[in-house]
Design a protein around this ligand. Structure first.
Ligand code: GLU
Length: 306
């Protein structure tokens, strides 16, 4: 398996030259576009395999949307959550505002776009903002089996400083009644979630928990319900790769979620948790070498769920 992963890195590295690291904040632009890493957690053998810059930390950005969705579902149940956010693909960019006004429902289209994730963030329970953030960090520590989980303070400060589009989405949703509470506090938490740093190996372990229907594979503890894992995997398939989710389903066929930091989280039901890192992005915002490495991996190991 290690040989295969090393080969996949070698074969797909050239794609990085065709992409560009996200540039909307300086800290992301500084990432090395040639970095490429893949990690696999094998549920069959309970072993981890990895190649490339697997321990390099990067901000998870939109991958945090999977975390907030899961915690919102745990805290409120699916009926309450889906009263406030729909589960349909948008065909629009992840930070689009247009659907919120022109479609007949005021619910954001799905929890994997910014509007939806701001809503799921507002549904996380806690005594105060610090407590809510602690809960998110504790959750991530648990599913990555890693206590070394922190925010990148520089990315957080930039996200907050430049987050006017997210601010407008959130205030719009407050005006329609979908979002309740203090908008600035909700956004602050959303920016913090985006700025959490993980490595490809951390993502692979997280993916393994979801792929294993919520039972933590290294401790055998049931941590998430099967139902929540089923819902999350489904939404990852339909909406997880921005508006390239359909193409990704055809070419790769595994539940996945990407972020503009260059990470991709993958969960192959009952088989593998996958973490990929490659900060050079394609025009849709997905890791360009990352997608291609997953394409080859899925083909070689016959991983498509379809
Ligand atoms: N922090 C980014 C935003 O809210 C996340 C974008 C992403 O990874 O899709 O715009």
């Amino acid at each position: 398996m290690i040989d295969l992963l090393n080969k996949l890195i070698k074969d797909n590295k050239h794609y990085s030259y065709k992409g560009k690291a996200a540039s909307y904040i300086p800290a992301l632009k500084e990432a090395n576009p040639n970095d490429l890493a893949i990690a696999l957690y094998d549920l069959n053998s309970n072993k981890e395999y990895y190649a490339g810059e697997c321990d390099k930390k990067f901000t998870i950005q939109s991958i945090s949307k999977v975390v907030t969705l899961i915690i919102a579902l745990m805290d409120n149940g699916k009926d309450q959550v889906f009263k406030k956010v729909n589960v349909e693909p948008t065909g629009m960019g992840f930070n689009s505002i247009v659907n919120l006004e022109v479609r007949d429902s005021v619910r954001p289209y799905n929890p994997m776009i910014n509007a939806g994730a701001i809503v799921t963030t507002s549904l996380i329970k806690g005594k105060n903002e610090q407590d809510k953030l602690e809960r998110v960090l504790e959750f991530i520590k648990k599913v990555t089996n890693n206590n070394d989980i922190y925010l990148n303070q520089r990315v957080y400060a930039s996200e907050k400083e430049t987050g006017d589009r997210n601010r407008s989405i959130a205030y719009f949703m407050k005006s329609t009644g979908i979002l309740s509470g203090d908008v600035e506090k909700i956004l602050d938490l959303y920016f913090k979630h985006c700025s959490i740093e993980l490595s490809a190996r951390d993502l692979a372990r997280f993916g393994a928990v979801i792929a294993n229907d919520g039972i933590i594979p290294w401790s055998k503890e049931r941590f998430l319900s099967r139902e929540i894992c089923r819902i999350v995997k489904t939404i990852m398939v339909t909406c997880g790769m921005y508006d390239a989710s359909g193409e990704f389903a055809v070419n790769v066929g595994i539940p996945a979620k990407s972020g503009v930091g260059g990470g991709i989280l993958g969960a192959v039901p009952k088989k593998y948790g996958i973490g990929v890192y490659g900060p050079a992005l394609d025009e849709k915002g997905n890791s360009i070498a990352g997608i291609n490495i997953l394409k080859d991996l899925a083909k070689t190991l016959d991983l498509s769920i379809f």
